[in-house]
Write a protein that binds this ligand. Structure first.
Ligand code: SF4
Length: 383
């Protein structure tokens, strides 16, 4: 296979829901404040966009992912209509993974049971921290108790596939405090956890909050320890690292997100959503009202449509593949792109191998855990 060859793996379908009950002070996502009327128009627009995508012929898909924003602000009946539209427009596998991102304060057992009934079979809870003061510093709306209860409610509602998001390197957070959050997450027995390092963007209100309250982030070395020690605890708890920021019980990796990291293909619906298919990358218009206007006018919402060059596709495959704990499959890269990675980049990679950041094991090139902390330095080799 070469760079121009079509990928025959089933697609992932991403649905963007840009509404939130309040805007968190660190947030850099494409989202806005919830408005019931706008949401109703938005769901209608999503249904049209999905239906139109299916008009070119039914292709296979095996994951649906509702991301945001706060998708759990949709009514379960709206989620059901969107999933049904996906099933009409695509040949959605019977065992498809259907994920809904949910904020703990926006759910209760009845709502969760209704989401389950609508066809959602995986929940990803934005918990972020199991310490009250940290949640307040991030201006999150939920409490530790609500997050804990949400997990119990999800189990009672029949979900056997749960993921929790946690954030580390929070303002004023010390290593032992972070590890307490990690332990609290482990104690809830999720199938999957995502760990993110807080990034304080230049124009984030959190930056001002931090200056005003004189909150600071721990030194870089502590951030490194937060990552390493958390991963060790998660390993010991049977949550295996499969990507730089993600761990899962065996067989419970996010099948949808794996498409992003294994050179897969997906279609995105909604404002700001990206798609990658047949070597073409598209990005929908970001602003919600602009998106609604495009769809209402019978136009495509795709603002950017770009055919990727062979080198660009190779670069993406290398960047994303190296994020995986199992590393890059050098043989697959050679077959797909006709490039011997070691021959092309071996001289530059050798320094990183010597420094213990990268390992070559047979057909695989993978980052060590130390290398994962400095992934951007290693990946610079491919630029
Ligand atoms: S809930 Fe998530 S998407 Fe919404 S404002 Fe907070 S961080 Fe951003």
């Amino acid at each position: 296979m070469n760079a121009g060859t079509r990928n025959l793996e089933p697609l992932g379908l991403y649905i963007h829901i840009p509404f939130c009950s309040a805007i968190c002070n660190y947030c850099n996502f494409n989202r806005g404040l919830f408005d019931a009327l706008q949401k109703a128009r938005y769901v209608q627009a999503l249904l049209s966009e999905i239906t139109r995508a299916g008009e070119a012929g039914k292709v296979s898909a095996d994951t649906i992912y509702f991301g945001g924003g706060t998708p759990s602000l949709l009514e379960p009946a709206e989620v059901a209509r969107i999933i049904d539209a996906c099933r009409e427009a695509f040949d959605v596998a019977s065992g498809a993974e259907v994920t809904l991102e949910a904020n703990p304060e926006s759910v209760d057992e009845a709502r969760l049971a209704a989401f389950r009934h609508a066809g959602v079979n995986r929940l990803s809870f934005g918990v972020q921290s199991f310490r009250e003061e940290e949640l307040r510093r991030l201006s999150r709306l939920h409490t530790v108790e609500r997050a804990t209860l949400a997990v119990t409610e999800a189990r009672r509602a029949g979900f056997d596939n749960l993921s929790l998001d946690l954030m580390m390197w929070l303002p004023e957070q010390r290593l032992d405090q972070w590890l307490r959050s990690v332990d609290a997450a482990i104690a809830l027995g999720p199938e999957h956890l995502s760990l993110y390092l807080l990034e304080v963007y230049p124009n984030a209100p959190l930056r001002e909050d931090m200056a005003r309250a004189r909150w600071s982030q721990a030194p870089d070395d502590d951030a490194a320890s937060m990552y390493m020690e958390a991963m060790e605890r998660l390993d010991a708890a049977g949550l295996e690292q499969y990507e730089i920021s993600n761990v899962a019980k065996p067989g419970r990796q996010s099948r949808h997100n794996l498409k992003y990291w294994t050179d897969g293909e997906w279609l995105g619906f909604g404002c700001g959503a990206h798609s990658t298919r047949d070597g073409v990358r598209t990005k929908n218009v970001s602003a919600t009202e602009d998106y609604l206007a495009c769809i209402a006018g019978g136009l495509t919402a795709a603002l950017e449509i770009r055919r990727m060059s062979g080198d660009e596709r190779l670069g993406d495959a290398l960047f994303t593949g190296l994020r995986l704990a199992e590393g890059l499959n050098l043989e697959a890269i050679r077959e797909r792109y006709g490039v011997d990675v070691w021959q092309r980049y071996g001289a530059e990679l050798a320094d990183h191998v010597d420094a213990g950041l990268v390992r070559r094991e047979g057909n695989r090139l993978r980052l060590t855990r130390q290398g994962m902390l400095l992934a951007h330095e290693v990946m610079a080799v491919f630029v």
